[in-house]
Design a protein around this ligand. Sequence first.
Ligand SMILES: [Zn+2]
Length: 323
Amino acid sequence: MERLKTVHLLYIVCAFLPFSCLPKHDSNESLEKINLLPLYVLSSDKLEGRKSGSLQMEIAALYLQGVYSHIGLDTFKKAPNYFQDVFIGDSTSLGKNIVGFIRGTDSYLKDEYIVVSAHYDHLGVCKDENSISGGDSIYNGARDNAVGVNALIEIARHFAIKPPKRSVIFVCFTAEEIGYLGSDYFLSHLPVNYSQIAFDFNIDNVGYNNTSAITVLGMGKTTVDSILYNKCDELKLRVIANPNSELNLYERSDNVSFMKKGIPSITYCMGFDSIDSNIKKYYHSVHDNLSSLDLNYVRKYINSSVFVAERIANVEARPASFY
Ligand SMILES: [Zn+2]
């Protein structure tokens, strides 16, 4: 049985290998150069909703390892293959965080690290007969959060060609959907000194209902607001700040693990004005799949994430929080 599982795993990884071969990100890129292959791979039915602890999550981890390696991200001694095994207690595995970094160019600021983070797990396969739609039982998690991981990869590709002043850690988290456990583990097992972590640029998504904007959870909580407003204005995107404040969405993604440790953090989302019926239709639903996405808008959103992250990684004054 175990051997069969391994053979099966290898077969599927081989099938995905061509997707690791992303071309390098041209620093003069246009929207058309945004590469959406990671979104296609991660949200495909073959990965069966990327549930933490599943075989399909192991395959997603191997795929992301291949992408990091192809981009040429550096590894930490504590995660020599980009993998950080995440455990509860001594033995219960929650899968792997995928961790790599790019060294900054400024002789002083390179000792500070910006973390770019996105969770790559989702909900797996739907067991509830009432929620299965037209025979589709897979929670593909295209919005939540294959798009976010794709954005992280585009930022990494851009920085690999044009490194910023600060160093940047890229981490894809496991086990967000079951309580931010991958990010919690990461914060307890940091690959650099705690004092060197300057900011967390977290990318996560519930969906979108406004394609002329991006939404940021955590506006007003850190010193990067003006960067966000100015850069998005240049890119002709409005910034929607903290919608549905009564739902406290700021504390419902991996950024909360950084916030709890006093590290400035925001979560960068596709544009939504409020959690309305358009969002609810796809949020944690079998309808959240690739075919229901406006890919032109996805490109715009990802492109904006690249340039906002770049500006934060280059700003002279270290970002601070107001909490
Ligand atoms: Zn999410």
